[in-house]
Design a protein around this ligand. Sequence first.
Ligand SMILES: Nc1nc2c(c(=O)[nH]1)N[C@H]1C(S)=C(S)[C@@H](COP(=O)(O)O)O[C@H]1N2
Ligand SMILES: [Mo]
Length: 522
Amino acid sequence: MNPDRPGCERLLGALAGLLAAGVGLAAAEVVAAFAGPSSSPVVAVGEAAIALTPESVKSFAIRTFGERDKLALVAGTLVVLAFYALVVGLVSLRSRRLGAAGIALFGLLGTVAAVTRPAGRTVDGLPSFVGAAVGIVALLVLVAPLTAARVDAGADVSGNPTTVGLDRRRFFVAAGMTLGAAVIAGGSGRLLQRRFEVADERSRLTLPTPASPAAALPAGADLGTAVPGLTPLFTGNRDFYRVDTAISAPQIRPADYRLTLTGMFDSPREYSLPDLYRRKDLIERDITLTCVSNEVGGTLAGSARWLGVPLGTFLRENGVRAESSQLVCRSVDGMTIGAPTRSALDVEDAMLAFGMNGEPLPIDHGFPVRMVIPGLYGYVSACKWLTAIEATTFEAFDAYWVQRLWARQGPIKVESRIDTPAPSSTFAAGRRAIAGVAWAQTRGISRVEVRVDQGSWAEARLSPEVGADLWRQWVVPHDFGPGPHQISVRATSGDGELQTEARADPFPAGASGWHTIQVAVR
Ligand SMILES: Nc1nc2c(c(=O)[nH]1)N[C@H]1C(S)=C(S)[C@@H](COP(=O)(O)O)O[C@H]1N2
Ligand SMILES: [Mo]
């Protein structure tokens, strides 16, 4: 160890780096309260990381963290940043200039990340810029008493530096003030950012009544009430899976909302939210949404009662041209989702949805308007925070996921899932319900079969069919003897396609295979 750089001083140097980074980030949050929440460096760098992350890592994150993948990402970004800041602090003990350059570099990274987002503007670079400036000043102030000690220190009789204690006091005063400033700035920045939130405006909206309401549910439609552990027929909005690239969900004021149509339309119009709400042809439909990243047995699927504008009518009304093969749907945060024009026109219940389970779309699920096309995975059909539709061709443009090598076309595969018993669970021998859900949107489910060990396939009882776009629950009782058991399920679609046993990964066109679980019976 370098004798003139005692361990304690290094520790304080590292701490200086950490505090400087903290107060810099906090200052950035204050500026982001004016420039917009997604200009915050943590959000911008996190979103850039999402955009640059290889698909395999991304789907790993979606699988592992699910809903909390963004939280994990933000936490991860902060941990990396903290390590970086510790090093910057240490370096600045040797060279303040190098330390300052280290913070400037991170500021530059944040600025570039914010400005180059698909929906990025120049002002989005400001929070990182200001944050870096504040961070550099804080670093220089904090490091001064630490490095000054070596220069100014006198020596006691035995020749040891004597004024280190005094400088330490100066350091701790500065550190305390920096910490206080960081807490206050960070807290107030986050608070001020709430002015962008549209939750209140959303809750004041009243949904219109559909001209064509959803069909009444058949008696006993939801088997879930009778079978513990079975997924309910409808997924509550709060429980609905969420998959998107936005760290903070876009906030669109209902009054500011516009849907613009461009490209291959003969007579494109622009629509406000009231334009859509006031239409006389609104439909309400029960539709299951599925994510292409869902693994066999996974939970990235949910069912809701959607309310909105029939998409085919809407597109024809605006004179969509026959040459268009792709609708590039753009969200306010710059996401592009390429839906086949054919499906948008012909899939009966495709819609521009603004209502979900009797409420305006939740902000996380695309408020105020999203697209829903039954039978296609969400990444090619379900653009949230939808603000523009460009009618074009597949040759002319690759949408976000296609640029990342996911399949251009994303028809949903026939799928079934065992909900109960839970995989790897242990239970007592005896009769027990095996139950789950199965889906093949637009085609419906006609049969579900279950096999225990190498026995024969037993046909499950299905929940009454509500519509071809909604999943069906299934249940079959089984007498379990003691020992380990393996349970498999397979579904058949309404048009007679048996779910394939062939295993496929979610990438690039959706997972397939029979959901098979192991259980232990006592
Ligand atoms: N703007 C935007 N829309 C999006 C996405 C996105 O990342 N951004 N993800 C899509 C994907 S991959 C899926 S599966 C569905 C998920 O919709 P949900 O979050 O409401 O369940 O939204 C789709 N729409
Ligand atoms: Mo998805």
